[in-house]
Design a protein around this ligand. Structure first.
Ligand SMILES: NC(=O)c1ccc[n+]([C@@H]2O[C@H](COP(=O)([O-])OP(=O)(O)OC[C@H]3O[C@@H](n4cnc5c(N)ncnc54)[C@H](O)[C@@H]3O)[C@@H](O)[C@H]2O)c1
Length: 398
């Protein structure tokens, strides 16, 4: 039986999942209805996947009221997730809820209550949990126990995501900033690899003066003729990820949440550019995350290192390579852990996520529920608190 799917939010993420469904899951999933505040985005998607029969909406409630769905995918802006999660849970429609769960903790707690009150689980798309190299690394450490007991985990992420300064991500109230958007993944990874919960942390972060807003730069890329390495869709980060393919013909909408080519130096943005965080886990593991959204595009732009009492493991995300020193360094192994889908979005994770989605639609079992999203957001909020007080230790409250 083919399951009928609705999608709310047809930007980069929602469209990308639609492309994958259309290419790899045609016999299991059928997109029947889509919704975006911008009708043009729905039309573009329909054209790109060559399906005129998909129903389009600009109001999510209307979509839910009119359609009989087996499943939903929520890929709207992060501050809108609660609204759409409510529609899903109250109508008992099993849903992918994209990460981060939300921007504010009150919303995130409400989403977790929706799960409890409606005897229902969301499936959160923390993509690293679905990437073959990360799954393999976890297996090597915890099933094969090659590096012994883990006591230190370090995650470096220096990505060329200057678009965080150009799109809706530039406003903390809409996205929570890069620290929420990108690092919600990283704190989830640390909890996953530490096999434990966080006790306390301390964090420093800033917006580098190179990116301080400038009064004379309130301009959009489309209206600017300066030579600039951050020009939207041409910047190294955007072009490597081929983001132009998600650009709608009529992409230059007005409005705070819709402009996506604001100058990186335009005023009004209140997000950080980089931070570091040290984490103390309940089980003695120490974690460390380092992040910058204006790193150079590089093969090792995201690297996980896990140190155990008998060795260490290093995972380079973009190449899917795992290097292991074991037996106290007497032995060394290099594994190519990527799978045949590595060239697809999120290094194959989205295909595995959608496979898990198909199972979840059939049996209701979610691999990653909203509770994981809430835990991740609690940690992001602790980080923000510590950064605000210039590195003060923040203890976790339950
Ligand atoms: N799992 C991952 O690795 C991953 C990757 C990318 C994005 N995301 C998440 O997906 C979400 C969307 O990100 P994006 O990069 O696609 O952003 P985007 O701006 O490209 O797309 C979001 C779309 O949602 C629409 N939208 C916003 N509010 C809406 C509403 N109330 N009703 C209907 N449509 C609405 C916008 O018009 C926009 O087209 C974010 O929460 C983001 O963090 C997750």
């Amino acid at each position: 039986m083919i399951m009928k799917i609705g999608v709310i939010g047809l930007g980069v993420r929602g469209s990308s999942l639609c492309f994958l469904i259309n290419k790899y899951f045609k016999t299991q999933l059928k997109i029947v209805a889509i919704c975006d505040l911008i009708e043009e985005k729905c039309n573009t998607l329909k054209k790109k996947i060559n399906n005129k029969n998909i129903k389009s909406y600009t109001n999510a409630k209307r979509l839910i009221d009119n359609e009989k769905l087996d499943g939903l995918i929520i890929t709207s802006h992060t501050d809108q997730h609660l609204k759409h999660a409510k529609l899903a849970a109250k109508n008992n429609i099993k849903s992918i809820l994209d990460k981060p769960i939300s921007v504010n903790l009150k919303h995130a707690k409400e989403i977790v209550s929706l799960e409890k009150d409606n005897n229902f689980k969301f499936l959160m798309s923390f993509t690293r949990r679905y990437e073959s190299s990360w799954i393999k690394a976890w297996d090597i450490i915890f099933n094969k126990k090659i590096i012994g007991d883990v006591y230190f985990i370090k995650l470096d992420c220096f990505v060329p995501y200057t678009r965080y300064f150009q799109t809706w991500h530039r406003y903390d109230k809409l996205s929570g900033g890069g620290i929420n958007d990108k690092c919600s993944h990283h704190v989830d990874v640390l909890r996953w690899f530490a096999n434990s919960e966080i006790k306390s942390l301390t964090s420093f972060g800033s917006r580098h003066s190179y990116f301080s807003p400038k009064k004379n730069k309130n301009i959009r890329c489309k209206d600017c003729s300066e030579k600039c390495e951050y020009r939207r869709y041409e910047a190294e980060g955007d072009s490597r990820e081929n983001l132009k393919k998600f650009k709608s013909d009529n992409i230059y909408f007005d409005g705070l949440r819709q402009i996506d080519d604001q100058c990186v130096w335009a005023e009004g943005s209140d997000i950080l550019s980089h931070f570091t965080c040290n984490i103390n886990f309940e089980n003695e593991v120490i974690g460390n995350i380092n992040f910058s959204c204006f790193g150079p595009a590089a093969k090792d732009q995201e690297v996980l290192e896990v140190i155990g009492v008998k060795g260490k493991l290093k995972l380079i995300r973009s190449t899917g390579v795992i290097e292991i020193y074991h037996e106290q360094g007497k032995k060394f192994k290099r594994i190519i852990a990527k799978d045949k889908y590595h060239q697809t979005s999120h290094f194959g994770a989205d295909i595995r996520l959608l496979k898990s989605y198909v199972n979840y639609l059939k049996n209701g079992q979610s691999d990653v529920s909203a509770e994981n999203g809430l835990e991740s957001l609690k940690i992001i909020h602790m980080m923000k608190k510590s950064i605000k007080s210039k590195g003060k230790l923040v203890e976790k409250k339950n």
